[in-house]
Design a protein around this ligand. Sequence first.
Ligand SMILES: [Zn+2]
Length: 60
Amino acid sequence: MFDPYTGEDLSLGRVKERSPGARAGLEAPRYCESCGRRMVVRINPMGWEATCSRHGEIAG
Ligand SMILES: [Zn+2]
């Protein structure tokens, strides 16, 4: 598992603090939780869409 906002490997323990917006769930995730790859994120009026090149699309 990886932190979707900081891209950290959570098995190693959390080092970085999430931003206040990320903690509140207002920001789109930038990293795939499954593999930690950086995702392509698109913001739209309904929310956001993030795409991992390996795991596909995650909608929020
Ligand atoms: Zn992935």
